[in-house]
Design a protein around this ligand. Structure first.
Ligand code: SAM
Ligand code: DTB
Ligand code: SF4
Length: 328
């Protein structure tokens, strides 16, 4: 794919992003689909499974997150899962058709103790199952990123979530620069970056363009870009946010696809509140990955059965063997 990869751009201007996002809908979808077809098999979706390996009790104050210890969300905090239980879940996910297994921990930053060694064993075990392994553990040091790379980690998820300008309204316990620093360490360790954001937190459109610019001017582009729609959880400061129009989500997906042609665009949290039609539009707009299984980290998600009915109706299928694509 060297010729198409050569066409990737890293100098997107805000005005260009705004113009793409606001194109007449048919034109936007046409352009996104055109680019999607040049870089991906447009009838295939990658299935990723998500497991919360360490739940709740997080010291951060992310306003959207049910796992923050600052909010009373009725969530039972749990210690780090065992390697054995984690790998049993990975095996099950593989049987359901997932090719990537994502392990999430409610940490501000990855610890430097036996828990981290356990994570390395989990990563090795997932890779031995023939799956891609992804982790999201909070901030990482250079050494931790290196150790994860050596254990065979495929990708590290670390979201920028929103624009630099709006970030302080959502999280006060860390800075945007903290996030960028970890992303750079992940890049330098040679691990693929999975980085995206959330819409529906009360951000304005400018914040969405700014987030997209942050992502699309990274070199290389993130290997995968999760687009989450806020899952409103009682007890969090964002519990009463108004619903967003699903067509805004489609615009966000389409714009991400146009700006970052080779990346996987993952239709992430929030699918349970989307109609089949809205999900289908997201796929047409270039989303080519989903989280499978009845639970995200702590909130519900469509079941694998329900997704297979949807994909069947759309004449689409899960990717059988997804090699991490080169987005450099
Ligand atoms: N603690 C680590 C961190 O924040 O990087 C990893 C886990 S954290 C739960 C992973 C991502 O989940 C967040 O960056 C955010 O984008 C997403 N997320 C968390 N709660 C969400 C919600 N209620 N709705 C949508 N996305 C959410
Ligand atoms: C991402 O962007 N979304 C996933 C994954 N990366 C780790 C997490 C969504 C979490 C939704 C809220 C919950 O289930 O706790
Ligand atoms: Fe903690 Fe991550 Fe949730 Fe923020 S998003 S409160 S860092 S688990």
């Amino acid at each position: 794919m060297s010729t198409t990869v050569d066409l990737l751009r890293y100098d997107w201007k805000l005005e260009e992003i705004e113009n793409i996002y606001n194109l007449p809908f048919p034109e936007l979808i046409y352009r996104a689909q055109d680019i999607h077809r040049a870089y991906h098999l447009n009838n295939e979706i990658q299935g990723c499974a998500l497991l919360s390996i360490k739940t709740g009790g997080c010291p951060e104050d992310c306003a959207y997150c049910p796992q923050s210890a600052k909010y009373d969300t009725n969530l039972q905090a749990e210690r780090l899962m065992s390697v054995e239980d984690t790998l049993a879940m990975a095996k099950q996910a593989k049987e359901q058709g997932a090719t990537r297994f994502c392990m999430g921990a409610a940490w501000r930053s990855a610890p430097n103790n036996s828990d981290f060694t356990r994570i390395l064993s989990m990563v090795k075990g997932v890779r031995e199952l023939g799956m891609e392994a992804c982790c999201t553990l909070g901030m990482l040091t250079e050494q931790q990123a290196q150790a994860l790379a050596e254990a065979g980690l495929t990708a590290y998820n670390h979201n920028l979530d929103t624009s630099p300008e709006f970030y302080g309204d959502i999280i006060s316990t860390r800075t945007y620069q903290d996030r960028l620093d970890t992303l750079d360490r992940v890049d330098r360790a040679g691990i693929a970056v999975c980085c995206g954001g959330i819409i529906g937190m009360g951000e304005n459109k400018q914040d969405r363009y700014n987030l997209l610019q942050q992502l699309a001017t990274r070199r290389p582009h993130p290997e995968s870009v999760p687009i989450n729609m806020l899952v409103k959880v009682e007890g969090t400061p964002l519990a009463d946010q108004p619903n967003i129009d699903s067509l805004e989500l489609v615009r966000m997906v389409a714009t991400a696809r146009i700006l970052m042609p080779a990346s996987m665009v993952r239709l992430s949290a929030g699918r349970l509140s989307l109609s089949d039609e809205a999900q289908a539009l997201c796929f047409v707009a270039g989303a080519n990955s989903i989280f499978m299984g009845e639970k995200l980290l702590t909130t519900p998600n469509p079941t694998a059965d329900r997704d297979s009915v949807l994909l069947e109706k759309l004449g689409m299928k899960l990717v059988e063997n997804h090699p991490v694509n080169a987005s450099k």
